[in-house]
Design a protein around this ligand. Structure first.
Ligand code: ATP
Length: 474
């Protein structure tokens, strides 16, 4: 192995050349590295840096370190440095004029790092970022419109989000974003927060997970500090609450949120909410909240189709400085269908496998890296599983899947189950007909076409189908 004392200097020289001066100065220069027992310990100034470096630059750091060490790189350990290392990155330049809602293909944009929301810069208060769980109150600088891949699954939601970011408080209020797990709701709403902050660094923005809001209510209750609680929340310009379904069964929280909602909307302040389902399907939410949540605009995010999954993989790999062949991307996208988070996880696995075995990212490497996940996935989807899942979802009985009953509340779920079986299994149409009470293959074909058509025209059915797909694939 080469002399490690020069390793970091070599990395710095190479990274400066490969990343360019501006990225280098913002993200790499503030890092301080030292060798500890053969491990390259890289100290970063804060959590945001840590995440950004890990997600965006670690691959390249490892690569240049490996080059210096003739393919035998030391372990690299990132951590938030105990010692002050360097000033935080400068704020990105303010846009000269507001860009119009961007139609540019996301892949062409160069995501610029952005600092966390303005709330973070203010002195810590009991209900602000200084609390023990301040992590979740921060906006992730990587969740921007530029890093969000757009496709049929999210184009309406994205357009609405962009409009809200351009004119907060003036249009859709609240904006309610719903969809299954890991489909990009948090990414989208934080992109709004980041853009609002970029336009107006003075805006008081708070992103919060619903569970954290519940905790804040409990804290206010315990400390008898509701005045302070209200003062803080009611002073916000933009409030983003993630996973609002966590309010179910929390009456005091719902009451507080009702007053907060009214105060903010009346004051022309913007509210953005996310949930795994539309407001009226959230059982256990007070009616006055359900109706208010539907005041503005509710937009769905559906599971992405194959091409969009491929585009997401390509973009994520590129951000990690890897070039992904399209056959590898298609392989991953075709096999990991449950949600984008899983897709990202699979990509990370493939990249790590290639990195640690010093192999190029070939189809064979991808198959090897994902073999456990794929084996687990293949075992799960059976027609019986589909029939049970769909029957439970629509609250009908499994035998109704086989029966001749034609009532719509039974026939429609049965058609949905047939379409899902066609999509998720290798079964032929006659075999599917057989599994659904000995029906003819033309009945199955008709069911598949009907559901396909309805998914185009009936957003509720499209959403239900998406949720079922996710449930069955995860
Ligand atoms: N269209 C997309 N383009 C790029 N990345 C995406 C897209 N959709 C989702 N992701 C990525 O997938 C991951 C999961 O997304 P996110 O956390 O926003 O999902 P979510 O819907 O909020 O999930 P949950 O329901 O668990 O809260 C994130 O890393 C996000 O960046």
């Amino acid at each position: 192995m080469s002399d490690l004392s020069f390793l970091w200097q070599h990395c710095l020289n190479e990274l400066e050349q490969r990343l360019g001066a501006s990225q280098f100065n913002i993200w790499i220069k503030p890092l301080v590295a030292e060798l500890v027992d053969g491990t390259l310990q890289v100290n970063v100034p804060n959590q945001i840096f840590l995440q950004f470096i890990r997600d965006r630059h670690l691959g390249m750091i490892e690569m240049v370190a490996a080059e210096y060490c003739n393919g035998e790189p030391p372990m690299i350990n990132l951590r938030v440095g105990a010692k002050p290392v360097a000033p935080p990155p400068p704020a990105p330049p303010k846009p000269k004029a507001r860009p119009a809602a961007s139609d540019a293909p996301a892949a062409e944009a160069d995501p610029q790092p952005q600092p966390a929301a303005s709330a973070e810069k203010k002195p810590a208060r009991r209900f602000e970022a200084g609390s023990s769980s301040h992590e979740i109150s921060r906006l992730n600088p990587l969740f921007t419109f530029e890093t969000l891949v757009t496709g049929k699954a999210n184009q309406v939601a994205r357009a609405a989000a962009q409009q809200v970011a351009e004119n907060p408080g003036a249009g859709y209020n609240p904006l309610f974003v719903y969809g299954g797990v890991g489909l990009g709701k948090t990414h989208l709403v934080q992109a709004i927060g980041n853009l609002v902050h970029q336009y107006n660094p003075q805006a008081r923005i708070r992103y919060i997970h619903a569970e954290k809001y519940v905790q804040d209510v409990v804290k206010a209750y315990q400390h008898k500090s509701f005045d302070e609680f209200k003062k803080y929340y009611h002073s916000l310009d933009l409030l983003l609450v993630d996973d609002i379904q966590f309010f179910v069964g929390k009456d005091r929280t719902q009451e507080e949120f009702f007053y907060l909602f009214n105060a903010l909307v009346e004051g022309g302040k913007q509210i953005i909410l996310t949930s795994d389902r539309i407001p009226r399907e959230i059982e256990g939410l007070q009616e006055r909240l359900t109706s208010r949540f539907s005041w503005g605009l509710s937009v769905a995010i559906e599971p992405p189709e194959t091409e969009m999954r491929v585009a997401i993989l390509m973009k994520k790999a590129e951000a990690d400085h890897f070039k992904l062949d399209s056959n590898v991307a298609f392989f991953i996208a075709k096999n990991i269908r449950s949600n984008v988070r899983e897709l990202e996880g699979a990509l990370k696995r493939v990249l790590a496998y290639a990195r640690f075995t010093h192999q190029p990212i070939t189809l064979e490497a991808a198959k090897e890296a994902l073999k456990d996940i794929l084996a687990a996935g293949n075992r799960l989807v059976s027609v019986e599983n589909i029939q049970k899942t769909v029957a439970d979802f629509y609250k009908i009985k499994v035998p109704d899947m086989h029966s001749k009953k034609r009532a719509r509340d039974i026939a429609r779920p049965r058609q949905v189950a047939m379409a899902l079986t066609k999509e998720l299994t290798q079964m032929s149409l006659p075999a599917i007909g057989e599994a659904f009470g000995g029906r003819d293959h033309t009945t199955v074909l008709y069911a598949c076409r009907t559901i396909e058509e309805m998914r185009q025209n009936d957003s509720e059915l499209a959403h239900q189908y998406g949720v079922l797909l996710q449930m069955l694939r995860s």
